[in-house]
Design a protein around this ligand. Structure first.
Ligand SMILES: Nc1ncnc2c1ncn2[C@@H]1O[C@H](COP(=O)(O)OP(=O)(O)OP(=O)(O)O)[C@@H](O)[C@H]1O
Length: 736
């Protein structure tokens, strides 16, 4: 292989080009000459001395030419020596020579990048500063297990005993943290409060109670408390709690959601009266005349009312409610169009589900409300004291409105919070005890947690994820899940099967039977787990891209409670709330489910945006009472809906965001009760689900994990096809 290379360099004859080269070539071949070298030295010295005078005579040009030639000689000579050594070696040991040649060959590389050393790991970036405002960066953090008896709080004793009667004996963590800040007392905070606490943690009572307490000694009815929430259902719930707290006080709680005609709602909110004021009467009459004469027919309902007054009288308006709970859109309508409706006396502004309300414009409601809260009264509408003060160039005192902003997914977006013009704000964060201990140990973590929106899930929530392949059989998966785990229709059968298998001893080594016998000792779960045996199989590995270490390979079981955890109360409503992505999808699913399994028909109902308020209310109360067992809903029901006993929710369609997931699953595991959330995910959705929801950093679940479980779709293929056919018929029928 290397033959031609060295053959090229082997000189056929001894080189005769220069004297120097001849000497060099001869040198290695003449060891004798080497031996005699010492004796030859004086002769060389003499020769050099003889030559020296001649050298001096040469000119410089010649000298440099000689140097160059000598360099060339040396280079040629070294090459020659090298090839000669190789040739000698080949002659003696051909194999070693070949290796030596190979080693001398330059290393060849293709275009693939050269392997690089492992990068040096960079330490995690843990800032010791925060770009957030200090109040956001340093929240008041409270453990979710901190409870306080209501009797130790500065609350009227009658109210405490009334709360106790209704089952509210201890203030939950969020209430224990927020009530002292809002009620008068040593911990009172004279500013605004933002609250971030898990779903179902009791935020409503935390703001209603101090608001009602502050109105205990009010004399006349004035609109002092304004509560803004995003949905009608939430309006009803907040009203209920407000009425519970204000019992015996004569406070009037009103709502504005659009479930009545606008005129009827105006009538309910504002009382029109009259006052004898001849001076003002004259002014108003003059204005009214001007309007008619000059055609400035601007809509001024106040003037319209003035014209109808008895001589010498002017209209006067009074609020019919002390507290108004409303949706933002309807509030804006009343501010703009209801004569006599004003926010002049408002002392409390509460915004629940704030992130949602600040995200959406709802007729630019924030700007309208802020302007109405800050508006100065026209002179004619001021009371006598303020009229005198304003004449003396003293502006009437500015009201301070206490703002309480709450959400389970509280925004830390300052640009949004700024629109609320918060005054000396404080952020209260309720966190799981375990998480909190970790945070206290590490300041950086606390800062990091505060700087991003991190959402806490209820500690009593159990989450499951079910792969449904490409999603084409999703209804069959749902049916199986309902039949075997949630609605317990197969309970009796499964029990019989369990008894059979235990009696015969068959399947003792079988995984599922061992799980069954384990879970049979779990009182609340025996039936459900045993019925699961029919359908749950070990988890597969085909979705391993998404599979996490939380994957389970057996029938789901409840973990034994952690010693630190507060004892969860079992949920008694074994109905299920199923979330779909759209109203259309909800309608389709409800029909399909009832076609697939007709016994479900009387137990199933829809709760979507298009459900009328009264229908929605009836549906909810039937669901709460257990008459309905399956409620299919859109995200409308994901915010704030309180069905305390609800044990299960199913994400039939995957939620669109982490926030949406947090609110959906938060409809169960409320107020310390147990709850289970099931999410069906397709192959395409799996990666996002596991990365953003199950393992994402935005959600905290106190060390618990989302467990993956595989179920077999219901064996109802023929029925499924038939049901799809009927559904198609329905759609075509509706289109005609
Ligand atoms: N101190 C208490 N003792 C017993 N039950 C309570 C207490 N406080 C609240 N609850 C109950 O807890 C449930 C959840 O309360 P609430 O609806 O206020 O939660 P939330 O934090 O507003 O939830 P979401 O964020 O989902 O709106 C309600 O059924 C309420 O009656």
């Amino acid at each position: 292989m290397a033959g031609p290379l060295y053959a090229r360099y082997i000189p056929e004859k001894a080189p005769t080009k220069t004297k120097a080269s001849v000497q060099s070539i001869e040198a290695p071949e003449a060891p004798e000459a080497q031996k005699s070298a010492p004796s030859a030295r004086p002769a060389k010295k003499e020769k050099k001395e003889r030559e020296r005078p001649k050298k001096r005579k040469r000119d410089k040009h010649e000298e440099s030419e000689e140097e160059e030639a000598s360099k060339k000689h040396k280079s040629v000579l070294s090459k020659f020596e090298k090839s000669k050594r190789v040739a000698d070696a080949v002659r003696e040991e051909p194999e070693q020579a070949a290796q030596a040649i190979e080693e001398e060959q330059p290393e060849l590389h293709d275009l693939v990048p050269l392997p690089q050393p492992e990068p040096v790991p960079e330490p995690d970036y843990k800032p010791t500063f925060s770009a957030l405002s200090p109040w956001l960066a340093h929240p008041i953090t409270v453990t979710s297990r901190a409870t306080t008896p209501f009797s130790t709080l500065p609350i009227d004793t009658k109210l405490v005993s009334h709360l106790n009667q209704k089952g509210y004996t201890e203030a939950f963590a969020v209430q224990s943290a927020v009530l002292p800040l809002l009620l008068p007392g040593p911990k009172h905070h004279p500013g605004d409060i933002c609250v971030s606490a898990a779903t179902g943690s009791g935020k409503t009572l935390a703001y209603v109670l101090p608001m009602v307490e502050s109105m205990r000694h009010r004399v006349v009815t004035k609109l002092q408390g304004l509560v803004v929430v995003p949905t009608r259902e939430l309006v009803a719930q907040a009203r209920e709690i407000a009425e519970l707290c204000s019992v015996g006080m004569g406070l009037k709680v009103g709502t504005a959601v659009g479930n009545h005609s606008f005129a009827a709602e105006q009538e309910m909110l504002v009382k029109k009266g009259r006052r004898y004021d001849p001076e003002k009467y004259k002014i108003l009459q003059a204005k009214a005349k001007e309007r008619i004469l000059y055609g400035t027919a601007e809509q001024d309902a106040y003037l319209d009312d003035a014209v109808d007054m008895l001589p010498g009288h002017v209209p006067e308006y009074e609020s019919k409610v002390d507290i108004l709970v409303c949706t933002p859109g309807r509030l804006v309508e009343h501010i703009q169009s209801t004569t006599g409706f004003s926010l002049d006396d408002v002392q409390w502004l509460v915004i629940d589900e704030a992130d949602r309300l600040l995200d959406q414009s709802f007729q630019e409601w924030v700007g309208v409300v802020m302007a109405a809260l800050q508006a100065e009264k026209p002179y004619e509408e001021m009371n006598a004291r303020d009229q005198v003060l304003s004449k003396m160039w003293y502006p009437p005192e500015r009201r301070t409105v206490r703002k309480v902003i709450l959400s389970a997914t509280m925004t830390r977006d300052l640009s949004k919070l700024d629109t609320l013009r918060l005054r000396r704000p404080k952020l209260v964060v309720i966190e799981d005890a375990g998480e909190l201990a970790g945070q206290e140990a590490n300041l950086q973590d606390t800062l990091a947690a505060a700087s991003g929106a991190i959402f806490e899930l209820p500690p009593t929530l159990k989450e499951w994820a079910i792969p449904v392949g490409d999603g084409s059989d999703k209804p069959l998966y749902l049916l199986r899940l309902l039949q075997t785990h949630i609605l317990h229709e197969n309970e009796a059968k499964a029990r019989a099967r369990l008894e059979d298998s235990t009696a015969s001893g068959s399947g003792d080594d079988d995984d599922s039977s061992s799980v069954l016998s384990d879970s049979s000792s779990d009182v609340s779960d025996t039936s459900s787990s045993s019925s699961d045996a029919a359908s749950f199989t070990s988890s597969d590995s085909e979705h391993d891209s998404a599979a996490s270490d939380s994957e389970v390979d057996s029938i789901p079981r409840r973990d034994p409670p952690k010693p630190s955890a507060r004892r969860a109360i079992p949920s008694t409503n074994s109905g299920v709330l199923i979330f779909t992505s759209t109203t259309e999808s909800a309608t389709r699913l409800s029909r399909l489910l009832t076609y697939l399994h007709p016994p479900y028909a009387p137990l199933t109902a829809l709760l979507t945006k298009s459900s009328a308020t009264s229908t929605g209310r009836k549906t909810l109360s039937r669901f709460r009472s257990g008459t309905l067992r399956i409620l299919i809903a859109t995200d409308r029901a994901s915010r704030g809906l309180d069905i305390p006993e609800l044990a299960h929710i199913i994400n039939y369609d995957i939620p669109r965001s982490v926030t949406s997931y947090v609110h959906r699953v938060g409809r169960t595991a409320r107020a310390g009760r147990e709850g289970e959330a099931w999410t069906l995910f397709t192959d395409v959705e799996g990666r996002w689900f596991w990365n953003a929801i199950a393992r994402g950093e935005e959600i905290r679940r106190g060390g618990r994990k989302v467990e993956r479980v595989k179920i077999v779709p219901a064996e109802a293929r023929e029925g499924y096809e038939e049901a799809l056919g009927k559904l198609k018929g329905d759609v075509e029928g509706a289109g005609r």
